[in-house]
Design a protein around this ligand. Structure first.
Ligand SMILES: [Mg+2]
Length: 268
């Protein structure tokens, strides 16, 4: 059920707070800032925290975990479900991989060649300047990014602006590519995720799958979780969580997420 930040104080006490990553804890592909670091550290002292993002484990480490100032003993309360929960990592003296459901080599090859076929079919031209791989093989997920994986790493805030502008103007192109990909790859899951990217994984992988993996792995019921994400709307890559019946709070950006965390911290 959707709950508002203002109602957190009277909502049932939760044991586990689940966050989307990109656009929720950090501005797209950007490092965590001091304010969010501090709030997450306080949150980890009181709750279990899980992150289900489309990003790879390496990106979660680079942009968030390695920059957290939380004392090591609190990291045991942090659970990472990168690449849409196709992998799970937890901290026990060091970060350990619990599972990773990889696509087969054949599936990964097929996804890449299908992207090429779809680009040709609709006459899609890549932007003149790209930053890093446009199609990245993340093992359990293959991701297409319009400007390449590294645009924000290279250009910083300017990269975020370029992505925002593309998103505002060309979202229909992304949807068209995603629809054709889904048509050609009926046995795989295609999601127009994030800002300017499309993710392909094994069938049935979405954030609802991720939440149910959390239930299984952490032995926390859906009723004891709260989900916070910036794309909980039809077509958004967080929307699938709604069908699990989890309580959720939609946010627009990390600033709103900070408000949610503040409300959680002030409730007891
Ligand atoms: Mg997001």
């Amino acid at each position: 059920m959707r709950i508002s930040t203002a109602r957190i104080k009277i909502a049932k006490v939760k044991k586990l707070i689940v966050f989307d990553f990109d656009g929720t804890l950090v501005p797209t592909k950007s490092p965590v800032d001091r304010a969010m670091d501090k709030l997450l550290t306080e949150l980890l002292a009181r709750y279990k925290v899980a992150i289900i993002g489309g990003s790879s484990y390496e990106v979660l480490q680079d942009l968030l975990v390695s920059r957290l100032t939380a004392p090591k003993q609190l990291l045991g309360n942090l659970f990472l479900f990168p690449t849409t929960a196709t992998a799970f990592y937890h901290y026990d003296k060091k970060w350990k991989k619990v599972y990773q459901h990889n696509l087969s080599l054949q599936e990964r090859k097929l996804i890449k060649s299908t992207f090429t076929k779809v680009f040709k079919e609709i006459g899609y031209k890549h932007p003149r300047k790209i930053y890093g791989p446009v199609i990245e093989d993340r093992g359990s997920q293959v991701t297409f990014s319009v400007f390449g994986q590294d645009i924000v790493k290279v250009l910083g805030k300017q990269g975020v602006k370029i992505k925002d502008a593309w998103k505002a103007k060309h979202s229909n192109v992304k949807m068209q590519i995603a629809e054709l990909m889904a048509k050609y790859l009926p046995n795989l899951e295609v999601r127009a995720a994030g800002h300017t990217s499309i993710d392909v994984t094994k069938k049935g992988i979405d954030k609802a799958y991720g939440l149910l993996e959390i239930v299984k792995r952490l032995k926390v019921g859906v009723a004891d979780m709260l989900f916070v994400g910036d794309a909980i709307f039809p077509g958004g890559n967080d929307f699938a969580v709604v069908r699990t019946g989890v309580d959720y709070i939609p946010v627009k950006d990390p600033k709103e997420t900070r408000r949610v965390i503040n409300a959680l911290l002030s409730r007891k």
